[in-house]
Design a protein around this ligand. Structure first.
Ligand SMILES: *Cc1c(COP(=O)(O)O)cnc(C)c1O
Length: 394
């Protein structure tokens, strides 16, 4: 039974839908619409009496394969593939809120997610509270009679803090709210938010799921009931649908997800240990290390470390820039989850729009650097950091 397959098998075979030609690799169905054998057949399709596709904004065969494969991996009943991770986040939040509702978010959020909650939602009369998500009492105290949604990311970008997903899910259940988890940093392999009690999971498939730097994509996963009641109509009529070409690219990416994430995580753990011993580096934050401030919670809710490492250059911005410029293999880019190792300086790139105060609250200093490990040989990465730290004479 396919539901008993282990993850690596699901990721290669799950959801495959073969045409009459029996192609080995998944086919790309680049079609906007579908033709019906008769007017009666069209009527029956629109009434929902027969299965089948109607229009590519609603769903199409290649996207369907991607959604089914993601459902198998996540243990979700249903999913919708979206054009980007932000389309997934925006749809998952906005489809279940209306004027007068209240949303609570952990303040350590990917920049655009934070914009949706603190700038976009209030324009439509939705109230919000951002809290330090590490402390459960903050969530509890932020609850209002009109709280409908809680939103978090764990581990967070870029400082790799973790939030107790089961704890927040329990609070949601007590008040009838829904918990949406952005699971990008953990990957679907190392953390299962639905099993921990979350109601909705979202991904930027742009990251580890593609994993080879090619296309944007996203996905929202939940129960069939939640999707039918909240997302189904919103998705059809507001139109964040993924391109079938991207769905195909992501289906190919997902086949090798466990191989890549395993290698990236092994590399990240090795580089983190190397950096932690280096005299030019202050603090290293890595969810797989015993010295992570929340190591106990990580052991409870995650089954792997991370493909990312955050660290502090003692010499501040100048040292952080010198290090990045001296690296030869690791490339400077704000993306993550790629086969190529990528490094970024959050204070001047991904988090430059935050106030100094907001950055300080998130633990982002001028010396903070975020590394996304690729699938290169780990020894080469360590040698690259070794030579770059020597050359970065600060
Ligand atoms: C990249 C990212 C997003 C947004 O995804 P896009 O595909 O770039 O739209 C959302 N959340 C997290 C945690 C991300 O890393």
């Amino acid at each position: 039974m396919s539901s008993n397959w282990r993850p690596a098998t699901k990721l290669v075979h799950g959801g495959t839908l073969r045409s009459q030609y029996g192609e080995t690799s998944e086919a790309i169905y680049l079609t906007q619409g579908f033709v019906y054998d008769s007017a009666e057949a069209a009527e029956a399709r629109f009434k929902g009496e027969t299965d089948g596709f109607i229009y590519a904004r609603y769903g199409s065969p290649t996207n369907d394969m991607f959604e089914k494969r993601m459902c198998m991996l996540e243990g979700a009943e249903d999913a919708r593939a979206t054009a980007s991770g932000m389309a997934a986040v925006t749809a998952a939040i906005m489809c279940q809120l209306k004027a007068g509702d209240h949303v609570i978010g952990a303040r350590a959020l990917f920049g655009s997610c934070r914009w949706v909650i603190e700038t976009l939602a209030p324009r439509y009369g939705i109230e919000f509270t951002l809290v330090d998500g590490r402390d459960m009492t903050n969530w509890e105290q932020a609850i209002r009679p009109n709280t409908k949604v809680m939103f978090l990311e764990s581990p967070t970008n870029p400082t790799l803090e973790v939030v107790d997903i089961a704890g927040v899910a329990k609070l949601c259940n007590q008040i009838g709210a829904k918990l949406v988890v952005d699971n990008v940093f953990a990957t679907p392999l190392f953390q299962k938010p639905l099993e921990l009690g979350a109601h909705v999971v979202v991904y930027s498939a742009t990251k580890h799921i593609d994993g080879q730097g090619r296309c944007l994509g996203g996905v929202v996963l939940s129960s069939k009931e939640w999707i039918d009641e909240n997302l189904h109509d919103y998705f059809r009529h507001s139109g964040p649908a993924m391109s079938p070409f991207n769905a195909w690219t992501l289906l190919k990416g997902i086949e090798t997800l466990p191989l890549r994430v395993r290698q990236q995580t092994e590399n990240a753990a090795r580089v983190a240990d190397f950096l932690a011993e280096h005299p030019k580096i202050g603090k290293v934050i890595y969810p797989g290390r015993a010295d992570h401030p929340q190591a106990d919670l990580i052991a409870r809710q995650m089954t792997g470390g991370s493909t990312l490492v955050a660290f502090e250059m003692k010499g501040g911005k100048e040292a952080a820039f010198a290090l990045q410029n001296a690296l030869e293999i690791v490339r400077i880019s704000n993306n993550l989850g790629d086969a190529k190792s990528l490094i970024t300086h959050p204070a001047t790139t991904t988090h430059k729009n935050l106030t100094d105060e907001a950055r300080a609250e998130l633990g982002i200093s001028v010396g903070t650097v975020r590394l996304s490990c690729g699938i290169e040989d780990g020894t080469d990465l360590i040698e690259d950091f070794d030579q770059a730290l020597k050359r970065a004479g600060v």
